[in-house]
Design a protein around this ligand. Structure first.
Ligand code: NI
Length: 394
């Protein structure tokens, strides 16, 4: 049987089981690093398929390896498993049974797709040159699950040559695959700043060193970094989301603390902003007599598709679904995704899987979120085919 038909018929035969798995995971959502039941369900399926697997990788992650019948490279395919602290308001019969927790980002669908891929590929080992490493990752929402798995050895035994990731996309028609040609997600760094001065009576500012006014200058100057120092063709965002200082209207507080995030799609811009923040603060130290402590924490790197891998994956998707079902989604997002810790190390690609439900006005992380279940067979077929194609000699 032709490969495409073999994948399609196998996917069709497991369709009901996959929907059942998705609804079970959806009804029992677990937050990052608490995915105990989800991990147990995954391990159970992999064991039943005869796929050797290891659990508790990076706390609650699961890794399985499908060995092909002939030697070749190793492709890692990653799905995330965690839910969000959202109270579900969908009214679905399989809605969350855990108050305040919901699969509002569709990671239940991602986990199900990767289990479907395991079912398909474990029955096609003869067509598999090399091996597929199935990575079920915890805590994507906190952007710390990938690093936890890496620290726990997920990149070794066997070593990885290429990687593939995916996310459902509620604005993309179900049955379609979308992609960003180059950068999918931005880097994300965090900073904590404490500005220190000398407290005093608000009526006698000359006897104090005013941290509130200094913080105001800093916030304004910070916004000039993106507009005046970063090339307009390189997207960058600097935002302060939390500011804290003071106790009363007539007291100048001894310190003000600020917390913010820096997002860029360009390594040089990221470096520039970090250095420029220090320069601005040194200026305020001299000019306004304050002192400061800046804690700048690099986070998730940029997620960039490898051109060659992406082209091969897109060819597989077109072959599977048809030319008109594969959509260029143009520029990526300033959000972040910790699959970037894999693509930073190995050539890889990240796909969007259409999850649109006609008539439902929703978005990721919203309490009425739902994903079209047509995304499941679509994802299983495309990812399975891409795995076989990527592992075959070009
Ligand atoms: Ni997500």
């Amino acid at each position: 049987m032709e490969i495409r038909e073999a994948i399609s018929s196998k996917t069709a035969s497991i369709g009901d089981e996959l929907v059942e798995i998705r609804r079970t995971i959806h009804a029992n959502p677990e937050l990052g690093f608490e995915e105990f039941e989800t991990a147990r369900l995954i391990s159970g399926v992999l064991e039943r398929l005869g796929i050797p697997c290891r659990d508790k990788v990076g706390k609650t992650g699961v890794v399985g390896v499908i060995e092909g019948s002939s030697g070749g490279p190793t492709l890692a395919i990653r799905a995330d498993m965690d839910c969000l602290p959202v109270q579900e308001q969908t009214g679905l019969p399989f809605a969350s049974k855990n108050p305040g927790k919901m699969h509002a980002c569709g990671h239940d669908v991602h986990t199900t797709i990767l289990l479907g891929v395991a079912m398909v590929l474990s029955g096609m080992r003869d067509s598999l040159a090399g091996r597929v490493k199935l990575i079920f990752q915890p805590n994507e929402e906190g952007l710390i699950g990938a690093e936890a798995m890496i620290a726990d050895g997920v990149l070794e035994n066997p070593a990885i040559d290429m990687c593939l990731g995916f996310h459902n996309w509620p604005s993309l028609e179900a049955g379609k695959i979308g992609y960003h040609p180059d950068i999918c997600f931005a880097s994300s760094d965090a900073f904590d700043l404490t500005i220190t001065g000398v407290s005093g009576h608000a009526a006698h500012p000359h006897l104090a060193i005013d941290t509130v006014t200094a913080a105001g200058y800093f916030i304004t100057q910070l916004q000039t970094l993106v507009s005046r120092e970063i090339s307009p063709v390189h997207p960058a965002v600097v935002s302060i989301g939390k500011i804290d200082g003071g106790t009363a209207r007539n007291i100048l507080p001894p310190q003000v603390t600020l917390q913010g995030t820096v997002r860029t799609q360009n390594a040089a811009a990221k470096k520039h902003i970090e250095a420029a923040m220090v320069r601005l603060l040194e200026g305020l130290k001299t000019g306004m007599r304050i002192d400061y402590a800046l804690d700048y924490t690099p986070g998730v790197p940029v997620l960039r598709n490898d051109r060659a891998v992406l082209q091969r994956v897109l060819a597989s998707a077109r072959e599977t679904l048809g030319e008109d079902k594969v959509e260029d989604l143009q520029e990526g997002s300033m959000g972040s995704e910790d699959f970037a810790f894999f693509t930073e190390r190995f050539p890889g690609a990240h796909l969007r899987i259409g999850g649109k439900i006609a008539g439902l006005d929703t978005a990721l992380h919203r309490s009425n979120f739902d994903c079209n279940e047509l995304a499941i067979p679509t994802g299983v077929r495309v990812v399975s085919r891409a795995a076989l194609d990527l592992l075959s000699p070009a």
